[in-house]
Design a protein around this ligand. Structure first.
Ligand code: PLP
Length: 451
């Protein structure tokens, strides 16, 4: 697509399009992406880049998969839309829900579909409150989440999100949303007296529940590995088992936001599998269709499904979206899950992730690299102004922007969140491309920081 009048297109973009997290300064010279193949994406200048974040952490099976195009096309030509409200359903939706029952945490066997992640968060929160309310505990409404978490940009999801900028400019968060510290091994210094940092961080949940009163808390919501808010934060191994025990002790539902970590990104099908526990509600989106069409949703544990199924009609689960269980999106999800399974891509994500981490680890010898971390094919490189104190760079140094530009110059497109280089390429990235990503990061950091 080289040969387009890029300047004219961008003039029109700036005049008419409002982007996620919009600020015009981010769009002075935007990339116009025009094509994709495997792990590579092509811009309007005809240059190809490694897609270091799989689009928005979601293009797991890579770009240009004919199977997904054909699945969408076949469903579009048979039945483009069918409602799933009140007495109606469709074959792809039933198939997909049944399939998820086999793949998702064992105690979760029933699913509701949304168009994306934030709707999944809102659905999970409403369902948690509903679950308690139906059982006569209507005062159990509070939602506890963590600083540096990201759960989406709708009103409830942004209120649960632990990055204040998502709420500050829009007025206060909703009431009844509380935040505790993240289990951030690199920076969380709690522990001591025979208590590990993971248990200390989890105990903050118990303290918050006791402070608020267990009879007022509906749910705790957490990403198994924090992504978009924190820049790839992997918790200590004893954190989530302790969280599960605390939730059980105080009758608080555990919601796992597996929107980035679901469907194999961490090298297991779902994130909490790493620590041998299950949530009461799981949220998913992104990788379920590899981003080819918008789809998200929640899965609920058998006890929650039993409540939904046995209430009187007047107290039914009064929640719904026109595009819930859109048949074309469900058909694409089914084809995508088939690829993930038939090509063994979950195991491959684990292998590629281990390869990438081992090639990036030597960076920790560099003056400004604080930590290299990751789980599966979800990797972060945290840059610091001072390794001894772990002090961050001042915002005006624009380190993230500078590093991103140096990565881009060398052929890697990805995000730098704060000062964490985030890497989550497609599961079909070749070994040579993984090694190239690592080489580029090795070159870009000194180029950006030692000028
Ligand atoms: C963990 C997590 N939850 C929720 C969301 C929101 O998803 P969406 O952007 O599809 O609304 C995201 C998006 O990045 C996410 O990473």
């Amino acid at each position: 697509m080289s040969g387009i009048d890029k300047a004219a297109w961008l003039d029109s973009d700036r005049a008419h399009l409002i982007h996620p997290q919009h600020h015009p300064s981010d769009h002075l010279d935007a990339q116009i992406w025009v094509a994709g193949e495997g792990a590579l994406i092509t811009n309007s200048d005809g240059n190809r880049y490694i897609d270091g974040l799989s689009g928005m952490w979601n293009v797991y099976v890579g770009h240009g998969r004919r199977e997904l195009v054909e699945a969408a096309s076949a469903q579009l030509s048979t039945l483009a839309f069918a409602p799933s409200y009140i007495g109606a359903t469709s074959l792809p939706a039933i198939d997909l829900a049944e399939r998820l029952g086999e793949l998702v945490y064992p105690s979760i066997n029933a699913f509701y579909f949304t168009c994306g992640g934030a709707e999944a968060t809102d659905t999970a929160i409403r369902t948690a409150r509903y679950y308690w309310r139906i059982q006569g505990q209507s005062q159990k409404t509070k939602i506890i989440s963590r600083h540096l978490s990201y759960h989406g940009s709708t009103l409830a999801a942004a209120s649960a999100t632990g990055v204040p900028e998502f709420s500050e400019a829009f007025g206060p968060r909703l009431p009844d949303f509380l935040h505790i510290e993240s289990p951030y091994p690199y920076r969380f210094t709690g522990g001591g007296d025979n208590v590990t940092p993971g248990v200390t961080a989890a105990n903050l949940l118990e303290e918050a529940i006791l402070r608020e009163g267990p009879d007022t808390v509906a749910a705790f919501i957490a990403e198994p590995v924090q992504g978009g808010g924190g820049g790839v934060i992997v918790p200590p191994a004893d954190y989530f088992p302790r969280i599960r025990a605390i939730c059980d002790r105080y009758d608080v539902l555990l919601i796992s936001d597996d929107i980035i970590t679901g469907f194999g990104r961490t090298g297991r099908w779902f994130g909490l599998e790493h620590w041998g526990i299950e949530p009461d509600i799981v949220q998913f989106a992104k990788g379920i269709t590899s981003g080819y069409l918008p789809l998200g949703g929640i899965g609920v544990s058998d006890p929650i499904k039993a409540i939904i199924d046995t209430v009187p009609y007047a107290r039914r689960w009064m929640h719904g979206f026109t595009y819930s269980a859109h048949p074309v999106c469900c058909a694409v999800a089914l084809a995508n899950l088939k690829i993930l399974q038939e090509e063994g891509l979950v195991a491959r994500a684990a292998e590629l992730g281990a390869r990438l981490l081992s090639r990036l680890r030597p960076l920790e010898a560099l003056e400004h690299v604080g930590e290299v971390r990751g789980l599966g094919l979800l990797v972060g490189v945290e840059l610091v102004a001072d390794r001894a104190t772990k002090a961050r760079f001042p915002a005006e140094a624009e380190v993230g922007k500078r590093v991103r530009a140096e990565l881009f110059k060398r052929g890697l497109y990805t995000r730098v969140l704060g000062e964490v280089i985030c890497l989550a390429p497609p599961f079909v990235t070749s070994e040579a491309q993984i090694d190239r990503i690592a080489d580029i990061v090795h070159e870009a950091i000194p180029a950006a920081l030692y000028r």
